[in-house]
Design a protein around this ligand. Structure first.
Ligand code: ADP
Length: 479
């Protein structure tokens, strides 16, 4: 009776010890990844991501401290044939540790233990091995320790590694006496913790990799935008010179043609030069527009896009922009519908708002047949002014209507008309329109159905309410 009570007492003590060890381990473990996680948040770039090997080594050190054995080992099992990979070991001298690594690494589990033992591990059971009677399947060092406890590391129902605890036979006659049931339970818990540690470290590594890629991407985008900005700035000076020279050449050509009126041969020769000169000027205008768009884009990215806002009459802005656009549209019929009288006052950079109208009109011209008219209207809605540009082209599928406002985006399958080759097609026009209008506090949008044209619009706040503008506006035609 007295003996039973003493045994019970010792057993309870060992249980308590085992679980307090487990608790110590859990707390210590949390620090392996938590410290790193906090450091990553504070200063992601300055610290290399934690490696599985480092975590495995730290884990083995800690577990050896709370376990009474010769050495411990933490192994990952890699697919497809459960190849072992030593993550960490503790209790061995460096030469022995190197030997263990050489024996274990790249060795499938079947070369280590028999099929029954493997099945036991898959069934989440702890294995006890007496290597004298159940030796390793292929020769490898036992490091003088005859007994092994092998605990499965199971994660989401899958065997991802093993935790081993080696003991010598100096104190114990049998493997069963070498490991108490508490130790077996403790080893199982430790293996579970190790599995979670591996998962956590892997997630941390993935996050660190994602952060590195993100940083790289940001850096590349920054350099790319710097390059765009420099290129567009640098291009401006030579472009101005080329434009000056082309215009000068054109003026001289007119003068020469006047002088050569009486000599049909010379006149013919001059006219042969006139055509390529006109083409050069047209292409030049296209280049100028593209460089202009790129410059505006870089200014927006660098927060240096400045607006000169002042009270202005939107009727005048829309009319001027439409008349200017009309000059470049040849035979196209433009219908314009403006409020009949008075002014529509808004606070705006009138050049920039003119650019937006021009862009909507250029697109309408680019994406619809020249035989169909384009309608421009300005309507006043209580506190808002709304400008609409409607074309009768192929329209834009619903799925593309949000994306066309993105920078450098061009909707697939929407063809430009042949005559619009002289326009910029960088996919920046609508992006710039949106930025300009939003910087004015307004909104942009499009309504369109495939085959039924498109209506692009923008709104601006009115500076004062103007009742008379609600009357129906007469339509006038510009061609
Ligand atoms: P782009 O320089 O390509 O015209 P935008 O930013 O002005 O660039 O327009 C983006 C895309 O939106 C165009 O490539 C085209 O696919 C589509 N789009 C713009 N306006 C129209 C329109 N009026 N009709 C049909 N598609 C249009």
């Amino acid at each position: 009776m007295f003996r039973d009570a003493t045994e019970q007492y010792h057993q309870d003590r060992r249980t308590l010890q085992a679980f307090s060890s487990l608790l110590t381990l859990v707390e210590a473990l949390a620090t392996i990844t938590d410290q790193r996680e906090n450091t990553m948040q504070a200063d992601a770039a300055s610290m290399p991501p934690i490696t599985l090997a480092a975590a495995g080594e730290a884990f083995a050190e800690m577990t050896k401290e709370v376990l009474d054995c010769k050495y411990v080992g933490v192994f990952a099992l890699d697919p497809p044939d459960d190849c072992q990979r030593l993550l960490g070991t503790s209790g061995l001298i460096p030469e022995e540790a190197a030997q263990l690594r050489a024996d274990a690494n790249h060795t499938p589990l079947v070369d280590y233990i028999d099929a029954d033992a493997i099945a036991q591990l898959h069934a989440n059971q702890v294995l006890l091995l007496d290597l004298k009677y159940r030796p390793f399947m292929t020769t490898r060092s036992t490091h003088g320790a005859r007994y092994r406890l092998v605990a499965p590391m199971i994660l989401h129902g899958k065997l991802i590694g093993i935790f081993t605890m080696a003991k010598t036979d100096e104190e114990y006659p049998t493997v069963q006496s070498a490991y108490s049931s508490q130790e077996m339970a403790l080893a199982k818990g430790i293996a579970k913790l190790a599995a979670q540690l591996i998962e956590r470290v892997s997630l941390l590594q993935e996050r660190a990799q994602a952060q590195a890629i993100e940083q790289q991407l940001q850096e590349t985008t920054r350099r790319y935008e710097d390059c765009l900005s420099t290129a567009s700035h640098e291009l401006r000076t030579p472009l101005t010179t080329i434009k000056g020279n082309l215009q000068l050449a054109q003026r001289r050509m007119v003068t020469l043609e006047k002088h050569a009126e009486r000599s049909p041969e010379s006149l013919q020769r001059l006219q042969r030069v006139e055509h390529p000169l006109r083409e050069a000027l047209q292409n030049f205008s296209r280049l100028e527009r593209m460089v202009g768009e790129l410059l505006d884009y870089s200014r927006i990215q660098a927060d240096k896009f400045l607006l000169k806002k002042q009270p202005c009459d939107l009727i005048e802005v829309v009319r001027n922009a439409t008349e200017n656009a009309c000059k470049a549209m040849g035979e196209r019929k433009l219908l314009i519908s403006l409020p009949p009288a008075g002014t529509v006052l808004v606070s705006a950079d009138k050049d920039r708002i003119g650019d937006v109208v021009n862009n909507y009109l250029t697109n309408a011209h680019k994406y619809s047949s020249i035989a169909r008219p384009i309608e421009v209207s300005l309507i006043v809605e209580e506190l808002l002014a709304r400008v609409l540009v409607r074309d009768e082209g192929e329209g834009i599928p619903l799925s593309e209507q949000a994306r066309i406002w993105e920078r450098f985006y061009r909707a697939p399958g929407i063809e430009t008309q042949e005559y619009s080759n002289a326009d910029s097609n960088l996919g920046l026009g609508l992006y710039l329109c949106k930025e300009i209008i939003e910087l004015h506090g307004g909104q942009v949008g499009v309504s369109s159905m495939l085959g039924q044209g498109a209506t692009f619009w923008f709104t601006l706040d009115l500076l004062q309410s103007t009742d008379n503008h609600n009357q129906a506006s007469p339509q006038s035609t510009i061609t």
